[in-house]
Write a protein that binds this ligand. Structure first.
Ligand code: PRX
Length: 635
């Protein structure tokens, strides 16, 4: 029996039981058989969740790019590794073979080295979804540098915060990016960010849109001439299993973004293994994940997981609505996509459009459909299943997080029965637990609680960059010896999991995690604002949208409210990015607070959702009269 590729439900259970009975030997067998090691490990796993400290494959030496590229050259040199689909549909797609990917990654790695990047240095990557993004990520890994990709939709302030938090020495960006009909001048955003980033010595610029840019002497350089000159061979730097591979930021409910640190060997083994199983990947498949590499989904399931399996992975630069709402389906037909992985928010947006956009394309190549990022509602699930999958392609509703590095709970297609809105069963090696509010595990089925994981898995983040205590406090202190996910979940009568959503102050808008605190901080910078509270409320397409309750200082009370709303949203766009803009803003005389001064968000959430029939206990409020007033004035 191969643990590596599960093909039916009975086999899943056998493999799962084995993985739980003896996790070390389970992962060791997979690591032995499917990867290239320069030196094998001395110890498979050591862990202590109280510190917390987790080490997988300690003592092993490797380079992840040798696993994702070099070792495929003997058998797959001419196979397409990256299939790049431009924003502009009239441009021919680019097929980058494994051989060509090797050449480009080596060249790029040599550029980084020539510019003084050494093993362990942090490199910020702020690029649109073009091949250079994947190539630069891999080039960092080639020389043991730590990449920190920042999604190219974040604002200058957000970019600067992320650059400074992990002391990046270099940034790789482009002149601009295309998003449908729009072009965005990324270099201007970078220039503004870099006024606040003293640690950046070099900014390499990819010429992409031809936008006019200013180049700062001694700091900014076009990539092309350096790249042209660079040698095509670059020996891979051999790193330790637990050396950091990358940092990726995610929002917390409070404070600044958390730079999750992922290390090398365990991340490689787990992303490769989960990719193979969750997408039932076979050699000639053409796999497409529509995420951006700026998010964890792109890191694990556009770059590392697929390439570690020698797959063809599609990178799409554009948006689902350009040139029309049939773009996704046109691409599926054109490239005969076999696995299609997207977000519920995209499905909801496309489901609103004319069905002709789907039906005019031949989607018969599809074998597996996936979703990720937020709970998928039943209506969207059925639309996806009926119209895209034609009831023939199982939907894998994959639950996981930036912190988990890889998919944790998901059906295995053609094995696990799929049920709308259920992520179903844990992957082998993943041991979920539901906890009650008193810190006790809730056993049995048909129960609901807070979702934790009770045993380490190879791709879990090892720390928060520069703040290990925060890592411990956020994830390992709520429940003893457990990793706490921040999500709630239900386990049904047969043991399938359904994720019910966040139980903290993180709000997921269009699949993006947004912490309330940083948005409130941005709003409170406005001179007319005294105080603010942000909550989520249900939205047809975004899943959740943001509702802001804002109290004004005396000086702001006579201001035009529409202008204020615009200024506040502009501030949020500047500080964080347009994804964090508020859909609704209500100016209020006060905010409901407990006697200890805490804002009662529960009540504000109910009012925002127009669910005011039962506001629950308001007796502990310092100012109950404010609630009545807010309700009366609610938009
Ligand atoms: O609340 C869960 C939700 O997204 C959160 C993680 O967000 P992020 O770190 O940005 O990673 C997203 C991509 C892996 C989780 O805590 N989430 C993710 N997938 C699902 C989900 N909620 C329900 N169902 C899912 N399939």
């Amino acid at each position: 029996m191969s643990n590596y590729h599960i093909k039916h439900l009975e086999e899943y259970w056998q493999v799962y039981r084995k993985s739980v009975r003896n996790p070390e030997s389970f992962w060791e067998e997979i690591a032995e058989e499917h990867f290239l090691w320069r030196k094998k490990w001395d110890n498979v796993l050591s862990w202590d969740f109280s510190k917390p400290e987790v080490k997988w494959f300690e003592g092993a030496k490797l380079n992840i790019t040798e696993n994702c590229i070099d070792r495929h050259l003997a058998t797959r040199a001419d196979k397409t590794a990256i299939l790049f689909e431009h924003n502009d549909p009239s441009k021919e797609a680019e097929h980058i073979s494994y051989k060509e990917l090797h050449r480009r990654v080596c060249k790029m790695a040599n550029v980084l080295k020539a510019k003084g990047i050494n093993k362990g240095d942090r490199v910020c990557i702020y690029l649109p979804m073009i091949p250079e993004l994947a190539i630069t990520v891999l080039a960092c890994a080639r020389i043991g540098a730590v990449h920190s990709v920042v999604f190219a939709g974040f604002s200058a302030t957000a970019l600067a915060t992320r650059i400074n938090d992990c002391d990046c020495k270099m940034i790789i960006c482009s002149d601009g990016s295309y998003r449908g009909k729009k072009t965005i001048d990324l270099k201007h955003i970078v220039d503004e960010a870099l006024t606040k980033c003293e640690g950046i010595d070099t900014s390499l610029v990819v010429k992409h849109t031809g936008a006019e840019v200013t180049m700062q002497e001694g700091r900014d350089e076009w990539l092309a001439p350096l790249y042209e000159e660079a040698s095509e061979t670059c020996k891979a730097t051999i790193v330790d299993a637990e050396d950091p591979l990358f940092i990726l930021y995610t929002s917390g409910s409070t404070g600044k973004p958390k730079g999750m640190v992922h290390t090398t060997a365990g991340y490689m083994v787990y992303t490769a293994y989960s990719f193979k199983n969750v997408f039932q990947y076979r050699e000639d498949d053409i796999y497409w994940c529509t995420a951006d590499i700026g998010w964890i989904t792109g890191h694990s399931y556009i770059v590392y997981g697929p390439l570690a399996n020698g797959a063809t992975t599609v990178m799409f630069e554009g948006v689902p609505s350009y040139p029309d709402f049939g773009r996704f389906w046109e691409i599926v037909e054109k490239h005969k996509i076999t696995q299609f992985y997207t977000a519920p928010t995209a499905i909801r947006a496309l489901a609103k459009e004319n069905l002709d956009f789907v039906e005019s394309h031949d989607l018969s190549s599809l074998k597996v459909l996936g979703t990720v990022g937020e709970p998928i509602n039943e209506e969207a699930w059925h639309w996806y299943n009926d119209n895209v999958g034609k009831k023939n392609s199982p939907i894998v509703d994959t639950w996981w997080q930036t912190e988990t590095g890889g998919i944790m709970i998901s059906p295995i297609p053609y094995s696990t029965p799929t049920i709308p809105t259920f992520a179903t069963l844990p992957l082998p090696g993943i041991q979920p637990a539901l906890m009650d509010e008193n810190g006790k595990e809730i056993k049995g089925n048909q129960v609901e609680g807070r979702l934790c994981i009770k045993f380490p898995w190879p791709s879990m983040a090892r720390s928060i960059y520069g703040n290990h205590n925060r890592y411990r406090d956020t994830y390992f202190s709520a429940y003893k010896d457990m990793y706490f996910t921040g999500d709630g979940a239900r386990r049904d009568a047969v043991g399938y999991y359904r994720i019910t959503g966040r139980v903290d102050d993180v709000i997921i808008v269009s699949g993006h995690n947004l912490g309330t605190a940083p948005i409130e901080d941005a709003i409170n910078e406005h001179p007319a604002v005294a105080e603010s509270a942000i909550v989520g409320f249900p939205h047809d397409i975004k899943g959740n949208a943001l509702y802001g309750y804002i109290t004004l200082k005396e000086s702001g009370e006579n201001r035009n409210q529409d202008n204020l709303r615009k200024e506040i949203n502009q501030l949020i766009t500047d500080r964080i990015g347009p994804i964090a803009k508020l859909d609704k803003i209500q100016f209020t005389a006060g905010l409901p607070k407990t006697r200890s001064g805490k804002i009662m968000r529960r009540i504000l959430r109910k009012i925002a959702s127009k669910d005011t029939s039962n506001l629950g206990d308001t007796s502990t409020l310092l100012n109950p009269e404010v609630v009545e007033q807010i309700m009366e004035e609610a938009l």
